[in-house]
Ligand binder design. Structure first.
Ligand code: COA
Length: 260
């Protein structure tokens, strides 16, 4: 992996954890950090030794407390448009072709909440607090908050977060479906690593095809999505992993998937 100023990258077997490492600033996403995240995701995407990626924040307090507000001061509309478009972080995360898990260890605000929403699975510490506080700054979310939030939680719950800018606690986030599981703060990483290890033991080919099919479900009609699924289902029969999976089941042994 390349060297990063604002990220820590830890490999454990097929699972890689990317930790945003600006705890003094509650891991706020300044421009260099956004670019580093994009670069890291690009590297991890192409690395066959990586099957699952976990995103989390350094320190006890925050996952990510949003965009770095300092970057906004004095910035022109055109500069801000380019800053978002050129890094493309949120789309990059959503399009990442392998399972991407968010371990939400504290404040998860603004761009942090938007990045978590671009992940596939969100597990939060019971102490986490989530929100889209942009309205308090007189601006609106720009990393997908107005689009992904109402697709994940009930419409009224999305409006409430977006209009009031108030943070919600982890229980409420779980209740409305913004996070998928809660864990005690000290058990969070262990739990997310456990989920990641389970996923990493599966066929990487099948995982990639599932992700492709689920992504299609967000953008197509049911009929179209079912056609995409049928084509990808057929494609899954072309892999060595399929031969291995069926043979392992029939011979009552554990499958060893190679991602081929
Ligand atoms: N951008 C830039 N710096 C940020 C930041 C952000 N989004 N969030 C926190 N920080 C910095 C603070 O300025 C402070 O830096 P300093 O020590 O140099 O003054 C440091 O992180 C610690 O934050 P602090 O505000 O002292 O912690 P707190 O526990 O009192 O409050 C929050 C925590 C999350 C409630 C508060 O930091 C906050 O409201 N942050 C902004 C959240 C936000 O609006 N995000 C969306 C941006 S679009």
């Amino acid at each position: 992996m390349g060297s990063y100023q604002n990220l820590l990258i830890k490999r454990n077997g097929f699972v890689t954890t990317v930790t945003i490492n600006r705890p003094d600033k509650l891991n706020a996403l300044n421009e260099p950090t956004r670019y580093e995240l994009v670069q890291a995701l690009d590297e991890l995407k192409d690395d066959d030794g990586v099957r699952v990626v976990i995103l989390t924040g350094a320190g006890e307090k925050a996952f990510i407390a949003g965009a770095d507000i300092k970057d906004f001061e004095g910035r022109s509309p055109w500069d801000q448009f380019r800053a978002m478009k050129e890094s493309g972080l949120f789309d990059k995360a959503e399009q990442f072709p392998k399972p991407l898990l968010a371990a939400i260890n504290g404040f998860c605000l603004g761009g942090g909440c938007e990045l978590a929403m671009a992940c596939d699975i969100r597990v939060a510490s019971e102490k986490a607090r989530l929100g889209q506080p942009e309205i308090n700054l007189g601006i609106i979310p720009g990393g997908g908050g107005t689009q992904r939030l109402p697709r994940i939680v009930p419409l009224g719950a999305a409006y409430k977060m977006l209009y009031t800018g108030e943070m919600i606690n982890a229980d409420e986030a779980y209740r409305i479906g913004l996070v998928d599981e809660l864990a005690a703060p000290e058990a969070l990483m262990e739990r997310v690593e456990e989920i990641a290890a389970t996923i990493a033991s599966k066929s990487p080919v099948a995982l990639a095809l599932i992700k492709e099919a689920v992504k299609a479900s967000k953008r197509t009609s049911l009929d179209e999505g079912l056609r995409v699924e049928a084509a990808l289902f057929g494609m899954s029969f072309s892999s060595e992993d399929k031969v291995e999976g069926i043979d392992a089941f029939l011979n009552k042994r554990k499958a060893e998937f190679k991602g081929k």
